[in-house]
Design a protein around this ligand. Structure first.
Ligand code: BES
Ligand code: ZN
Length: 480
């Protein structure tokens, strides 16, 4: 749609926003990488992302325009987090024609998840999805680039745990991406969640560690186990079934996942007698290339905003919520912005290979020149935005404050988290490079990483709410 057709709407939106949104001074320069308002992101990665571990806030619609935010709107940040001054906004609920269509957004989810299907990197469906996204962006008038990069992934070929003592028992296991391959046999030791304190007073050297999923990331569990001298690591799920886990950096010991039931079985054995296990990791390494899809709409003002999300999925299912939903919203945001006079350059990016270690976003960030990196006003990452009752916004302090406020305007109370926000996704590559980033996610999703993560579970109302929040944050940034 030509820009001018939307001019009246744009102008009225500007006027409404200017009149109703009274903001404390907050220019993009305040959104720099210093993260002065919170601890460093790494200090805040408290757990392996998991639906049940996402801090909760109830998505309570705000009943009246002048009602103060419900207590859930400002969940207590962790005690180590310095509070960020909330922008002094009048909590008015306004309804504007954002140009964002929930139906269109949902249709993208349907195309990606139902028609194209599971988009596990290495499968031809990933390239079909990239073509679809590129076509959409081009049809909105964006310049489209494909950014190719290499990937390596493990295809499990029957990794297994065999209990040798006190009696023989075979246990199915799934290899974690970037685990070492090979076979080790040693006594098993229960290390709780695998935090450093869990290793105190335990003899782990030369043994295989058994840790529960949760609390800290897989990388941290593996690093702690290796530091304590473990020669293998087994992580038991805290949800039914197995999970497709990934480490972010290669490790020198075999690391596998097992079901919670098998975890219980092993712990029960351990409580009785010394238990010796053989851990065999057999995986085939698949190599190939995949691509990020980058749509650009140049702006008149120096600086760029990025709205993105990953379009790949796990092998287990069609990845409707994780993360066709984020791409569906990003595409509609792209379309809505194309019809406006947005001052900054807009980049809408669909990242590949998130599920095998955030490879796409890491590649994108690593390819930026220092100048390009510094010109990014904000990166907004959308991951799992179509299922659940709890909205979480995480990332750089000032952006989180703006995001929470935008959510409140859209009628939702959001939990705020500073830094990486208890969820590993594509924003972390940007945060690590000092780029201001905002992560928006809904949860919990009981079908996370399962064959049941299907389109009909994705709620258009949540896509619309997310789109409205993103557009409002962008509007705020451009007014700064
Ligand atoms: N969308 C998830 C992250 C997530 C999980 C957000 C649960 C909110 C709730 C993401 O695609 C993912 O699964 N990431 C991997 C990490 C990566 C390094 C392989 C994960 O959590 O295992
Ligand atoms: Zn995801």
């Amino acid at each position: 749609m030509p820009k001018k057709d939307r001019l009246t709407t744009s102008v009225s939106i500007s006027i409404i926003l200017t009149l109703t949104v009274i903001l404390s001074a907050c220019t993009p320069t305040l959104l720099d990488s210093s993260r002065a308002n919170g601890p460093s992101p790494t200090a805040l990665v408290t757990e392996t992302p998991h639906p049940t571990t996402t801090p909760s806030a109830t998505a309570t619609p705000i009943p009246t325009a002048t009602a103060p935010p419900s207590p859930a709107a400002t969940p207590t940040p962790s005690p180590t987090v310095a509070p960020v001054p909330s922008p002094n906004r009048t909590p008015l609920r306004i309804s504007v024609d954002t140009g964002f269509s929930a139906e269109e957004s949902w249709r993208h989810v349907e195309r990606l998840a139902s028609e194209i299907g599971s988009r596990s990197v290495g499968a031809p469906a990933v390239d079909k999805a990239a073509d679809y996204i590129a076509d959409q962006l081009a049809s909105y008038g964006y310049q489209v680039e494909r950014q190719s990069f290499p990937f390596q992934r493990y295809i499990d070929q029957g990794s297994q745990i065999t209990v040798e003592r006190p009696h023989q028992l075979a246990i199915g296991a799934g290899v974690m991406q970037l685990s070492a391959q090979g076979e080790v046999t040693a006594a098993l030791v229960d290390v709780g969640l695998g935090r450093p304190s869990d290793f105190d007073a335990k003899t782990v050297k030369g043994k295989v560690a058994l840790a529960r999923r949760g609390g800290i990331s897989f990388d941290e569990k593996a690093a702690n186990a290796m530091a304590a001298g473990a020669i293998g690591l087994i992580v038991s799920n805290n949800e039914p079934g197995l999970f497709e886990g990934s480490l972010r950096t290669p490790v020198s010991i075999p690391v596998v996942a097992i079901t919670p039931e098998d975890g219980q079985r092993l712990r029960a054995l351990l409580n009785e007698k010394e238990t010796v296990v053989r851990l065999a990791v057999k995986a085939h390494v698949q190599e190939g290339t995949t691509q990020n899809v980058v749509g650009t709409r140049p702006g008149d003002r120096a600086g760029a905003v990025i709205v993105g999300g990953h379009y790949d999925s796990v092998m287990a299912g069609p990845g409707a919520n994780d993360n066709a939903s984020g791409v569906g919203v990003a595409l509609e945001v792209a379309r809505a912005l194309a019809a406006r006079d947005y001052p900054y350059t807009v980049k809408v990016i669909a990242f590949s290979a998130e599920e095998i270690g955030h490879l796409g976003s890491r590649h994108y960030v690593s390819a930026l020149s220092p100048k390009e990196r510094q010109s990014i006003v904000a990166m907004i990452n959308l991951d799992m935005v179509g299922v659940g009752n709890n909205l979480t916004v995480a990332g750089t302090g000032q952006l989180v404050a703006i995001g929470v406020d935008a959510a409140r305007k859209a009628g939702y109370a959001a939990a705020r988290l500073y830094g990486q926000g208890g969820g590993a996704s594509d924003h972390t590559a940007f945060l690590d490079a000092g780029v201001p980033a905002l992560y928006i996610t809904w949860g919990p999703d009981p079908r996370y990483h399962s064959a049941q993560d299907k389109t009909h579970h994705v709620q258009p109302r949540l896509l619309a709410a997310t789109g409205q929040i993103v557009l409002d944050v962008l509007k705020f940034l451009s007014n700064g």
